[in-house]
Write a protein that binds this ligand. Structure first.
Ligand code: UD1
Ligand code: CA
Length: 455
């Protein structure tokens, strides 16, 4: 069965009250539409089409994918009209699955079950039991529970409005048949729109099999119309990701205060405290512990490493048995080898900190290569920037950098060298020696503090 997936995304989303088109509003840091496309792609369709209208150029610019065929619906005349715009691009022998750019939590397994339900010749429709069906099209069945049609809320009778089985909008069917029915749609309804939902009654009339599948949860099929619903979906997304992780054995101190906005791979017995945010690709080794209020983006952390509270890691690669923070900031290109320590108010960028080396307090390490067992004293700064270019600092194994040292790059500190506290080092320091750069200490006995001027 060749599959074409059509994602309807032309609606404006007025209730968002935003300059950003609705389908670009972020869920877990990514546009709603991208979540839908991710799921769609997992079905490996022959064709993936997106019907766009409002904010079209913005939507296209924000969405990469050479696999997408963009279909313009210049005027929004209803869901049936939207799908009809895509049909000329779909070969007659394809099966068509309709998804929505603003329904981001739909699961792959649900769609697979839906497509399996009707077979190649029939229609399949995803429905949902709703506590409050307000706003949804209602699924009208006869006395034998056979599906008859879908009636939109605005066209429904009082009795029909009491039906709690709602239309999710997601449906699938053969292109050949959909083509015929879409051509026959009329807009003589309460909203003056061409309703995609009207194809159900047409199928029933022609005795084409229409299979329905009830969605497992209401959350999965929820659409987004305003910022309140967006926040609800964000919470649902958070709960789903947290539940998956806990099932895999990760300890989350509070699953409601933990956000994964990308991929997160965890080893065994990982423990994550509250208010942690993971973005991009994050990999945590066995027994890693993440303290409260940490933000991790594109970071790899080795086994048994501990991250104390309030650390921010972005593009960092951390070995095993390291200790970081509290209040450390590791920027892109920060690499820590096994058993290295970085303490409070330490910033690292494009820097390698060798095995067992320590920078425990108030330090900036940028564009530096630091060997093993180095001690970087409090307040050390690699002065890597001359206002125009960035320069490198190299520090050999076993060196000891005294507190308050300024290492003016480019500069090399030899293995086993010691730098006296408070030195401003502008020339290479040889191996194994003490290098010190400061004026001699003076005490002036005749010196007096200034006194206040009279009057
Ligand atoms: C639609 C269904 C309704 C269902 C509900 C579920 C119809 C007629 N009704 O109603 O049965 O219960 O979804 O949420 O299908 N769109 C376009 N072009 C258009 C109109 C809509 O691309 O001309 C897109 C929108 O961007 C949106 C989706 O289709 O993603 C649904 O449109 P919307 O107007 O929200 O339909 P509902 O009235 O909610
Ligand atoms: Ca809607």
């Amino acid at each position: 069965m060749k599959l074409s997936i059509v994602v309807l995304a032309a609606g404006q989303g007025k209730r968002m009250r935003s300059d950003l088109p609705k389908v670009l509003q972020p869920l877990a840091g990514r546009p709603l539409l991208h979540h839908v496309l991710d799921t769609a792609r997992q079905l490996q369709p022959t064709q993936l089409l997106v019907v766009f209208g409002h904010g079209g150029e913005q939507v296209r610019a924000a969405t990469v994918g050479s696999d997408i065929s963009w279909v313009l619906q210049a005027e929004q005349k209803g869901t049936g009209h939207a799908l009809a715009q895509a049909m000329p691009q779909i070969p007659k022998d394809h099966h068509v699955l309709v998804l929505y750019g603003d329904v981001p939590l739909l699961q792959l397994a649900t769609l697979e079950a839906l497509l399996g339900k009707a077979g190649a010749g029939g229609l399949s429709l995803l429905t949902v039991l709703l506590a409050d069906p307000t706003g949804y099209g209602r699924i009208v069945r006869d006395k034998r529970r056979q599906l008859r049609r879908i009636v939109e809320e605005k066209d429904a009778s009082t009795a029909q409005r009491r039906i709690r089985e709602g239309n999710t909008g997601v449906l699938a069917g053969p292109a050949r048949r959909l083509n015929g029915w879409l051509g026959k749609l009329r807009n003589n309804n309460a909203q003056g729109e061409y309703y995609l939902t009207d194809v159900i009654a047409m199928a029933v009339k022609e005795r084409v099999k229409v299979a329905t599948l009830l969605a497992a949860s209401e959350t999965e099929v929820l659409g987004v119309n305003d910022k309140l619903q967006l926040a609800h979906l964000e919470a649902a997304y958070r709960a789903r990701r947290s539940a998956d992780l806990m099932r895999d054995g990760v300890t989350l101190i509070d699953p409601l205060r933990f956000d994964v906005r990308g991929s997160l791979d965890c080893g065994r017995d990982v423990q994550i405290d509250v208010n942690v945010v993971c973005e991009g690709k994050v990999v945590l080794g066995d027994r890693v512990r993440i303290g409260p209020n940490c933000v991790l983006r594109n970071a790899t952390i080795g086994a048994d490493t501990v991250l104390h509270a309030n650390c921010v890691l972005d593009g960092a690669e951390i070995g095993a048995h390291c200790e970081i923070g509290p209040f450390a900031r590791l920027r892109p290109g920060a690499t820590m080898r096994d058993r290295a320590h970085v303490g409070n108010f330490v910033e690292m960028k494009k820097t390698l900190l060798g095995e067992g080396s320590k920078a425990n307090h108030l330090t900036y390490l940028g564009d530096a290569v630091i060997g093993a067992r180095v001690n970087v004293g409090a307040g050390t700064i690699t002065c890597n920037y001359d206002g125009v270019n960035k320069w490198r600092t190299e520090i050999g194994d076993g060196a000891f950098i005294g507190s308050g040292s300024m290492l003016v790059a480019p500069v090399k500190i030899g293995a086993g060298a010691t730098i006296g506290a408070g030195s401003t080092i502008t020339k290479d320091a040889p191996e194994g020696q003490l290098t010190i750069e400061r004026s001699k200490q003076l005490s002036i006995s005749s010196w007096k503090r200034p006194s206040k001027k009279p009057g």
